[in-house]
Design a protein around this ligand. Structure first.
Ligand code: HEC
Ligand code: HEC
Ligand code: HEC
Ligand code: HEC
Ligand code: HEC
Length: 482
């Protein structure tokens, strides 16, 4: 009985106060966005495929925002109206009666009830849609296009091009989800007010530990064995003489006799190695701690790197995981020489064109003001070179020249973004040691322990070199590859 009375009193109260402009605007906003949203969802359902990034922002983020604003305005209007009346001393003692027997009143209550249920449904679905939209690659990679363009471009033709950004950058579970959405909010501000850093700094400070992302798909203890890798280089001579490098990389993993090789030695039984780096990019590593099989921890200190106690104390301490070697598993920016060699080995830049290796690398290294100019001048540079120096080649192999010119321009466009200050080698790759310090940040032969041990610098600890930049290496014949 008393519940019924309270409910009735409340209903009267609300009914009385809800007759105000704010609440009215709220109702209009809610209703119109609701209709638009539902219409779009039906359209989205019939025509699947990601919407244009800006349409996506409108439909998945802005409209639901307006919808929520509308919903919020209704009670806000009621409160304001109440206060206004109270301040004016006009609050009635008894609110006008709502007689449920009057059909009009009945209908409006039915309507409010149904609208509330519908609003809750729409709001839940809109939030769900909005959140899952923010997790799509379209949103991450394309919406803030200048900002994310370098990472998106390098990602698109990488081994992980089918893995969504969020699988590595956020991973499963609620904790990181909330954290990433909060930092995302800050990023939206940075993009809006152009305060973001150029290039976007790497390493990512709050990247989720690889244990919870990479290891959702990869199994580090798996024994990967030894991997045969063959690479082609080309000389800068007229014939673009091909050179072969062949090596067997000892990836290893867990074996019957314990953990061996590159993966096995760094990753087994959790975290065996941690280190202190003193620069932002983790390239300078003066101290490394290694816990051996007996559980004893050895401290390796570099005799080459000179740091003071204060610098060391300010350094970043970190447990080694996948990212310390595979820091470019998907944003694999290339260097001009390697990029040209790779395209030549695939036949996209023909080795039949005299001096093409030298010329292509040369035009790639020029400092262009922007990407459009670069595109035009790279193509022109290569075509003009053959037109003037090798007119016969230009006339007889026109298609090859054009393909080489276009491919070279594409190398530039994939890797260089002047707007974001992303140029050659801005993001070091830690896998290897030829282009960047990589493994040699620790394995340089100068990291020594108090009892005289040194982090291995033995070439054969990590790989067997079968051929290093050789013309026609015998090993290829032995392996039946030539
Ligand atoms: C296979 C996992 C993976 C995927 C998929 C991935 N990233 Fe990354 N991302 C990384 C790693 C690893 C780093 C470097 C982290 C480090 O060094 O601390 C990184 C770094 C970045 C950075 C910092 C700048 C840089 O180049 O280091 C940005 C920005 C970024 N990613 C955006 C994206 C976007 C946008 C997508 C989707 C289009 C994406 N990532 C997909 C793993 C991934
Ligand atoms: C959602 C699953 C998924 C996640 C998460 C993931 N990967 Fe992968 N990764 C793959 C698949 C699938 C391939 C094989 C692609 C192929 O062979 O084309 C692959 C390939 C690789 C390769 C071999 C690349 C090559 O050149 O052949 C490396 C190295 C690698 N991943 C490292 C990582 C690292 C490091 C992370 C975390 C930053 C990571 N992956 C996160 C699915 C994933
Ligand atoms: C100490 C450095 C190091 C660490 C740490 C490391 N890797 Fe590797 N990984 C390598 C090297 C070196 C290779 C071989 C190089 C290549 O494939 O070009 C490799 C190869 C791979 C491959 C390709 C295997 C194949 O058969 O082609 C995958 C996948 C991979 N790593 C995943 C991971 C994952 C996931 C982690 C973290 C759990 C990890 N790695 C940690 C150095 C490392
Ligand atoms: C942060 C420092 C650090 C980095 C970076 C690092 N390692 Fe190591 N690595 C160590 C330590 C410490 C050991 C254990 C001491 C030892 O065995 O020499 C080790 C051991 C190894 C071993 C076993 C050597 C043996 O004789 O059994 C291999 C193989 C290896 N690392 C390969 C690599 C490769 C390949 C890379 C680069 C992709 C790399 N490491 C990067 C610190 C590092
Ligand atoms: C700590 C491990 C480690 C040590 C020690 C090491 N390397 Fe390497 N090396 C690597 C890795 C990892 C790669 C990259 C494999 C790949 O391409 O994925 C590599 C690649 C190479 C390559 C091929 C380069 C290319 O064209 O990509 C050569 C050549 C080479 N190493 C020579 C040497 C020589 C010579 C030594 C001895 C002074 C040595 N390495 C010591 C880990 C090591």
């Amino acid at each position: 009985m008393s519940l019924k009375v309270t409910a009735r009193d409340w209903a009267r109260l609300l009914y009385y106060f809800s007759q105000n402009t704010f609440s009215f605007i709220g109702v209009v906003l809610t209703t119109s966005t609701a209709v638009t949203l539902v219409a779009f969802w039906i359209y989205d359902f019939i025509l699947p495929g990601p919407p244009h990034p800006y349409v996506g922002i409108l439909i998945f983020l802005i409209l639901p925002g307006v919808f929520a604003l509308g919903l919020a305005l209704i009670p806000l209007g009621i409160l304001l109206r109440r206060r206004e009346l109270r301040n004016a001393g006009q609050l009635p003692h008894i609110y006008p009666e709502i007689d449920l027997k009057i059909p009009m009143v009945q209908h409006s209550f039915l309507f409010i009830g149904a609208a509330t249920v519908l609003n809750v449904l729409i709001f839940s679905f809109a939030s769900y849609k909005g959140v899952s939209y923010m997790d799509t690659t379209t949103f991450c990679g394309k919406t803030c296009h200048t900002v994310m363009a370098p990472e998106y471009s390098a990602y698109q033709n990488s081994p992980h091009s089918r893995v969504e950004c969020v699988e590595c950058h956020i991973g499963p579970g609620a904790g990181w989800f909330v954290r990433s959405k909060l930092s995302g909010l800050r990023q939206v501000f940075a993009v809006t007010f152009h305060t973001y850093s150029r290039p976007i700094p790497s390493p990512v400070k709050y990247l989720r530990p690889a244990r919870e992302t990479c290891e959702q798909c990869h199994w580090p203890q798996r024994f990967s064995g030894d991997k045969f890798i063959m690479k082609m280089n080309y000389k800068d001579d007229e014939k673009n003489t091909p050179l072969t490098t062949a090596l067997i990389v000892k990836i290893g993993g867990r074996q019957a006799n314990g953990s061996v090789g590159i993966h096995g030695r760094h990753l087994d039984s959790g975290s065996r190695i941690h280190y202190i780096s003193t620069d932002a990019q983790r390239q300078v590593i003066p101290v490394v701690y290694y816990t051996d099989d007996q559980g004893k921890t050895i401290e390796f200190v570099s005799t080459d790197i000179k740091v003071t106690k204060e610098e060391l104390a300010k350094g970043e301490e970190r447990t080694m995981d996948c990212i310390d070697c595979h820091n470019r598993p998907t944003h694999a920016f290339e260097l001009p020489e390697n990029a040209v060699d790779l395209r030549m080995s695939r036949g996209l830049i023909s080795a039949e064109l005299p001096y093409i290796r030298k010329k292509a690398v040369e035009v790639l290294k020029v400092n262009y003001p922007d990407r459009d100019t670069a595109h035009k001048q790279i193509v022109e540079g290569i075509e003009t070179f053959y037109r003037t120096n090798y007119p016969d080649v230009y006339n007889s192999k026109r298609a090859l020249v054009e393909q080489a010119a276009d491919t070279t321009a594409q190398i530039y466009l994939r890797n260089i973004f002047p707007d974001m200050k992303v140029t050659w080698g801005v993001h070091p790759n830690n896998l290897g040691h030829n282009d960047f310090p990589g493994c040699f940040r620790c394995h340089d032969g100068s990291h020594t322990s108090a009892d005289g041990q040194t982090i291995s610098n033995d070439c054969s600890a990590c790989h067997n070199l079968l051929a290093v930049q050789e013309e026609n290496p015998k090993i290829l014949k032995d392996l039946g590859l030539q």
